[in-house]
Design a protein. Structure first.
Length: 680
């Protein structure tokens, strides 16, 4: 929307309109919903003597001295005294000539800020100064809004007050419903928050339990619930090809396996098979702990789709994982005469063009790759199923791109991370879930040891011992976020060090900078056993599967997140041999690092680890939305507002079936707002 068009029923200058656009305010409702960040109390004067340390107060006093000091740096220091006779220093590290004028000796001023009782006396740093003291005191708290340069608080306040006067008084929700929910009308709630009644303190107003806040949170969550439900209905009414196979590929695939499926795998596969046979798109999450065997389940789903005559795309979050899948799927599918195309970001143009051609003309029935699979220039002959591995590793933007590409295609997502309950009820509400809650038989739990880096030579002995028994070892180098080059250097040093200590062993190195073909060569050598110790940067984190590896050494484990540690540890313990995971750490340990190491040491169940992880990180982190900048919810907070979320969830289906006009009205008002009601 061009910023010069005034869609407001009040007069606003072009210049101000541009500023409002910067704040994402483009209509009268946006203005009304632009709520205060905090409130300032200018309703009374506190004697300097009564001010408590660190509590914001307004004082009224006469300037008795003004001085510019140069130590420790240039600053304006103003000495004031109030009627109680107490003296206070006002300190400004940045100041303008007109402030000096405001604070001339003899002037009476009001200053708003926190008083600190310092060594040299009481002081206020950068208080807000008022000189219009003859105007009297404010009658209620003063709201302070988020704003941009060039649009000051009083101007924004005036605009919002004008907007409130022009808002239609009719509510989106019927009065009897509000009464039942014990919620106030929306307009009343907004007026309350923008101009709080005098008896409320700033602290009261920050309480999310205030009815006015509850109303806003409820409305927002209800809009999300309604749109999610409607989206689900739309999906169920939508069209996709029903994929039913005759078993000629899947049965061969099963027969060629060296193991039989666990009951949990069979159950998940049955649920997926059911979904694929429907004429509306599947939207299912396959959830199972690291090592629970999700890959074969999705391969069997792929086999069914291919039997039905359709193409399947398998997308992985990293090139190494895509490569692993490629090797595995080749081993499973090539003997059955299935053509597989590989696509990743770092491929040469010629190979890429070749793969694109095979997918466009249908020569290849399977596509395996990174998110490069869903770039604009990739077209499929007849895509029937999309499989997304390690779904939680993809950002919101990538998920949305996929959503757009795969509108009428069945989708199967896989994740080792359980979804927190509030997210399952909100952003993930349109996702059916299958759980693999059982590990393949014969696994012995991985033994975890915490070892101080100072004792790493003992760990080298353990490496030697492990390899002497014909087993293999992963050695993971520390994550160095600041510098990829430094991280690589550390890995190179580690290889040299281990090679010196253990000259009889063959030590390989894998890292993110290698070309795909080089990575593949290293991985193949490790899978075949010609490399015994694989030194790696954290690129091996997800999905790599070499059952003969029985020792995992992780350096600087204290720098890693819980999910990452659990994923890494899950690389061993995949065969029947007893496996170990050594977590090397360096002192001193922060409290958070200690807590994390304790969790990973005490737990092997990925669901429990994830639960504790979420306690630390919160659902917002989980969604990956904070990083990608996609707005989530503006008013509700999934960490705290479960009771409201439950109410909204229960009400949504009732409204949809009984009061569609209320649904329309509510969505119309709220969908123009900036929250992301999208499902994932
Ligand atoms: P994840 O769920 O972490 O993706 P994978 O699919 O990589 O796990 O499987 C882990 C290992 O377990 C693989 O080596 C796989 O071949 C093996 N596996 C899978 N299912 C079974 C089973 N039913 N019995 C024995 N081994 C299995
Ligand atoms: Mg996996």
């Amino acid at each position: 929307m061009p910023s010069s068009v005034n869609t407001f029923p009040i007069k606003i200058s072009t210049n101000t309109l541009a500023k409002l656009t910067k704040l994402n305010i483009t209509n009268i409702w946006d203005l009304a919903l632009h709520l205060p960040l905090r409130y300032e109390d200018e309703t009374h004067i506190t004697p300097i003597a009564d001010a408590q340390n660190g509590v914001p107060v307004q004082i009224e006093a006469t300037v008795i001295h003004q001085q510019i000091q140069f130590r420790p740096r240039k600053q304006l220091v103003v000495q004031v005294q109030d009627v109680s006779g107490h003296v206070l220093y006002l300190r400004f590290l940045h100041f303008y000539p007109n402030q000096q004028k405001q604070l001339a000796e003899g002037n009476v001023i009001r200053a708003l800020g926190e008083i600190r009782h310092g060594f040299f006396g009481d002081e206020m740093v950068h208080p807000k100064i008022r000189t219009d003291i003859d105007k009297g005191l404010a009658e209620s708290l003063t709201p302070v809004y988020p704003t941009v340069n060039g649009l000051n608080q009083p101007a924004l306040r005036r605009l919002i007050q004008a907007a409130l006067k022009h808002l239609p008084a009719d509510d989106t929700l019927p009065a009897e419903l509000l009464q039942q929910l014990q919620l106030p009308p929306l307009l009343e709630s907004l007026i309350f928050l923008h101009s709080p009644p005098p008896e409320y303190t700033a602290r009261d107003l920050h309480e999310g339990t205030l009815p006015a806040w509850q109303r806003l949170k409820f409305d927002e969550l209800l809009a999300q619930q309604l749109s999610m439900r409607l989206a689900r209905q739309q999906r169920l009414n939508g069209h996709a090809k029903a994929l039913t196979g005759n078993g000629h590929i899947s049965e061969h695939l099963l027969a060629n396996l060296s193991f039989t499926l666990t009951e949990a795998q069979q159950r998940a596969l049955a649920e997926i098979t059911d979904d694929l046979a429907q004429t509306h798109p599947m939207h299912r999450l396959l959830q199972g702990d690291v090592g629970s065997g999700k890959t074969i389940v999705c391969a069997l789903a792929a086999a069914i789709a291919i039997e039905a005559g359709f193409q399947v795309a398998v997308m992985a979050p990293t090139e190494i994982l895509a490569e692993q899948h490629y090797l595995k799927f080749t081993q499973w599918f090539s003997p059955l005469g299935i053509q597989i195309a590989r696509l990743s970001g770092s491929m040469r143009k010629k190979a890429r063009d070749e793969a694109r051609k095979e997918l466009a003309d249908g020569t290849a029935q399977l596509a395996i790759g990174t998110h490069a699979l869903f770039q604009d220039d990739v077209t499929f002959h007849n895509l029937g199923l999309i499989i997304v591995d390690e779904q939680h590793r993809f950002g919101v933007a990538q998920r949305l791109a996929l959503k757009n590409k795969g509108e009428d295609v069945h989708q199967l997502m896989m994740s080792a991370t359980p979804i927190p309950r509030t997210l399952a009820m909100s952003f993930f509400a349109d996702l059916d879930v299958s759980v693999i809650d059982e590990l393949p038989p014969g696994r012995t739990p991985v033994i975890t040891r915490l070892v101080n880096t100072a004792r790493r030579h003992e760990v080298e002995k353990l490496v030697k011992h492990t390899c002497a028994q014909g087993r293999q070892v992963y050695w993971v180098c520390p994550l160095i976020e600041e510098s990829e080059v430094l991280q690589l250097q550390t890995a190179v040093d580690t290889v040299a060090e281990l090679q010196t200590a253990l000259p009889e062993l063959n030590i390989g190195l894998i890292h993110g900078r290698l070309k795909p073909a080089e990575k593949a060569a290293v991985m193949t050598a490790f899978v075949e056993g010609s490399i015994q110790v694989l030194v790696a940067t954290t690129v091996i984190e997800v999905g790599v599967d070499v059952p003969n590896a029985s020792l995992m050494v992780i350096e600087h484990a204290e720098r890693m997140g819980l999910a990452q540690l659990h994923q890494l540890r899950g690389r061993v313990g995949r065969g029947a041999a007893a496996s170990r995971c050594v977590l090397l750490f360096s002192e001193p340990l922060s409290d958070v690092a200690k807590a994390r190491l304790k969790v990973i040491y005490e737990n092997t169940d990925g669901f429990e680890i994830a639960r504790q992880d979420l306690n630390i990180r919160g659902p917002g982190e989980f969604l990956g939305a904070r990083q990608s900048g996609v707005p989530m919810l503006r008013f509700a907070n999934l960490e705290e507002d479960l009771p409201i979320l439950e109410k909204a969830r229960d009400l949504a289906p009732v409204l949809i079936s009984q009061q569609p006009e209320v649904v329309n009205k509510h969505l119309q008002r709220w969908l123009s707002q900036r929250s992301a009601y999208l499902g994932v």
